[in-house]
Design a protein around this ligand. Structure first.
Ligand SMILES: *[C@@H]1O[C@H](CO)[C@@H](O)[C@H](O)[C@H]1NC(C)=O
Ligand SMILES: *[C@@H]1O[C@H](CO)[C@@H](O)[C@H](O)[C@H]1NC(C)=O
Ligand SMILES: *[C@@H]1O[C@H](CO)[C@@H](O)[C@H](O)[C@H]1NC(C)=O
Ligand SMILES: *[C@@H]1O[C@H](CO)[C@@H](O)[C@H](O)[C@H]1NC(C)=O
Ligand SMILES: *[C@@H]1O[C@H](CO)[C@@H](O)[C@H](O)[C@H]1NC(C)=O
Ligand SMILES: *[C@@H]1O[C@H](CO)[C@@H](O)[C@H](O)[C@H]1NC(C)=O
Ligand SMILES: *[C@@H]1O[C@H](CO)[C@@H](O)[C@H](O)[C@H]1NC(C)=O
Ligand SMILES: *[C@@H]1O[C@H](CO)[C@@H](O)[C@H](O)[C@H]1NC(C)=O
Ligand SMILES: *[C@@H]1O[C@H](CO)[C@@H](O)[C@H](O)[C@H]1NC(C)=O
Ligand SMILES: *[C@@H]1O[C@H](CO)[C@@H](O)[C@H](O)[C@H]1NC(C)=O
Ligand SMILES: *[C@@H]1O[C@H](CO)[C@@H](O)[C@H](O)[C@H]1NC(C)=O
Ligand SMILES: *[C@@H]1O[C@H](CO)[C@@H](O)[C@H](O)[C@H]1NC(C)=O
Length: 458
């Protein structure tokens, strides 16, 4: 069992450190009881179906009408069968309802793209309001699946438990939208993210919720489409807080999350490198546990990142990695050219505001990191190559500061404080590219820094 914990220092007359423990569904149903389910490795080597099948099997179907049900239980144990289907311009409201779903998926592509075997499947311009609903699934099934441009699900005050592969908590695809509030989620299987989008896009809004995943490939958020999260406390024991593939968007506010594999976020393009992905972390904290896990990991992508009033707490001491790499469907290693001949370097631009960050920037094989410290931010760290060429730009505004912990070589080095007095070198040198146009204000000179180091033109 894993306990989600947050720590608050209370300003009492005598200083007290109190621990607040947040519970999640695995405190009630031990994942150890479902170890065999959780060990199943998903098999995606199945026939692809490019259009939504006409018939989506379900034990209870609500089609083309409006229905409201409370204080009832629904269940099914059939393979490839949902407990509840809401489809064809229907509306279903469930409150104080228990749903138990077991039974396997024989084609994971049907499950991923059309919601086969999901406990609740809302499809084809339908809406559902789930309030005080307990959905417990085994053998591999999404708890709630929403499909189609005009389909919307609201999940409030609910409990989502799953074992088995590809058992996302709330799963939106085909442009479907989910609003999730006051939910406790747990998944024990592989590739079972708490809140997940899928092709071509899912739009997920989550607030005031707790999420806990333990499987490889199971993130708190799988962004394919857009993720908006507010006040989510989460642990992904064998995944990042966010997986993002391609030009997607993720906005986290007031979140406190912990990640155990790959990176605090792992953002990449799995095919050709794409440009325009967005990551925004506001008043949030991401903790990474692995000894080599960065706070933020990027491969084969061009992305703008915003960190506002945000903490990255890493066991590795590495804040950001930009790599000539990607994440494969195995979701447990940083892949190379051997896995994808379309790889290109990552180009990462990070704007840091109102934040205090400690750790290094590491770029690999011609990747670049552009790091801008603004609005009273401070950074303690350095930048260096992990492999081959690496390009770093650093910008400081007049309210921000940098304390070096290593020799750092820069391309663009811009500073509103043209005397560089907001830098504490601690004896390390900065080497800047004197041919870079933006560095003209330095006059190609060697400039002495506080702490004994120098800014030296090369
Ligand atoms: C959804 O719409 C498609 C396209 O109109 C149709 O083929 C399918 O039968 C519908 N499915 C359900 C479950 O309503
Ligand atoms: C809506 O249709 C389903 C069958 O599709 C039926 O079971 C349900 O009772 C209907 N709801 C109402 C309010 O008539
Ligand atoms: C379902 O709930 C929504 C939101 O509370 C409400 O607007 C709608 O009228 C309800 N529908 C039924 C059939 O009760
Ligand atoms: C359900 O799926 C499981 C796992 O693939 C299989 O062993 C079982 O035979 C299936 N049951 C039926 C009724 O097809
Ligand atoms: C939800 O349902 C499961 C399965 O019946 C049960 O074990 C669990 O205690 C329920 N959760 C809550 C919070 O009641
Ligand atoms: C999703 O949106 C795209 C672009 O608007 C549209 O072409 C496609 O039909 C939508 N898919 C579904 C399942 O609604
Ligand atoms: C459900 O949560 C939404 C936020 O996603 C909130 O606006 C709505 O009032 C909540 N409804 C209930 C019945 O709690
Ligand atoms: C960087 O990418 C290479 C493959 O190009 C991979 O072998 C290495 O493990 C990656 N390292 C990190 C920290 O991303
Ligand atoms: C580095 O990038 C080159 C392409 O520029 C590629 O051929 C090579 O495999 C990469 N090496 C590593 C270790 O990432
Ligand atoms: C300093 O940078 C070098 C590369 O220039 C790197 O190998 C080393 O790990 C860094 N040391 C620390 C303490 O960060
Ligand atoms: C440096 O600044 C120039 C001019 O704005 C820009 O084109 C370039 O991409 C920046 N970064 C690097 C690594 O050269
Ligand atoms: C320095 O910057 C210039 C202009 O951007 C570029 O052409 C050159 O390759 C850079 N030098 C190094 C050593 O990166």
């Amino acid at each position: 069992m894993y306990t989600l914990s947050t720590f608050f220092a209370l300003s009492l007359p005598t200083i007290t450190l109190a621990m607040v423990t947040v519970s999640d569904p695995s405190d009630i149903i031990s994942p150890a009881l479902w170890a065999a389910d959780n060990a199943i490795v998903p098999d995606y080597n199945v026939p692809f179906v490019s259009v939504q099948p006409e018939n989506i099997p379900a034990a209870y179907e609500f089609e083309a009408n409006s229905t409201s049900i409370s204080h009832r239980a629904f269940s099914t144990s059939l393979n490839d069968t949902s407990a509840i289907l809401v489809a064809n311009n229907a509306e279903l409201n469930l409150s104080f309802v228990d749903i138990e779903k077991s039974g396997y998926a024989s084609n994971l592509l049907w499950s991923s793209f059309y919601g086969f075997n999901a406990a609740v499947n809302i499809a084809n311009a339908s809406t559902a309001h789930l309030d005080n609903v307990n959905i417990t699934v085994h053998n591999g099934a999404a708890n709630v699946y929403v499909y189609g441009s005009d389909s919307v699900v609201h999940v409030n005050n609910s409990w989502l438990y799953s074992s088995g592969p590809v058992s996302h908590g709330v799963y939106a695809s085909g442009n479907g939208t989910a609003y999730v509030s006051n939910v406790q989620q747990f998944s024990g299987g592989r590739r079972s993210s708490a809140f997940s989008g899928d092709s071509p896009a899912g739009y997920i809004h989550v607030s005031d919720s707790v999420a806990h995943t333990t499987g490889i490939g199971s993130a708190t958020f799988y962004a394919l489409g857009e993720i908006y999260a507010n006040n989510v406390v989460a642990v992904s024991e064998n995944g990042p807080t966010i997986f993002m593939d391609g030009t997607q968007k993720a906005y986290l506010t007031n979140c406190d999350t912990t990640a155990g594999l790959l990176g605090g976020v792992a953002i990449f393009s799995s095919m050709i490198r794409t440009s325009g992905a967005i990551l925004s972390l506001k008043s949030s904290k991401i903790t990474t546990l692995g000894s080599d896990m960065p706070g933020l990991w990027f491969g084969n992508t061009i992305i703008d990142v915003s960190l506002y009033d945000t903490q990255l707490v890493t066991a590795s001491g590495i804040l950001v990695v930009a790599n000539y790499s990607q994440i494969t469907q195995d979701f447990d290693y940083y892949a190379s050219y051997l896995d994808n001949a379309n790889l290109l370097p990552a180009e990462v631009s990070v704007k840091v505001e109102e934040s205090t960050l400690v750790g290094d920037l590491v770029a690999y094989n011609s990747s670049s990191i552009s790091w801008s410290l603004e609005s009273h931010s401070s950074w303690t760290g350095g930048a260096y190559s992990g492999y081959g060429n690496a390009y770093f730009d650093i910008h400081l505004d007049g309210t921000s500061s940098w304390k070096l912990t290593n020799t750092t070589v820069l391309q663009n080095f811009t500073n509103e404080d043209t005397t560089l007095s907001n830098i504490d070198s601690q004896g390390f040198n900065i080497y800047y590219n004197s041919s870079a146009g933006l560095n003209g204000y330095l006059g190609g000179e060697t400039i002495a820094l506080t702490g004994g180091g120098n800014a030296i033109p090369v």
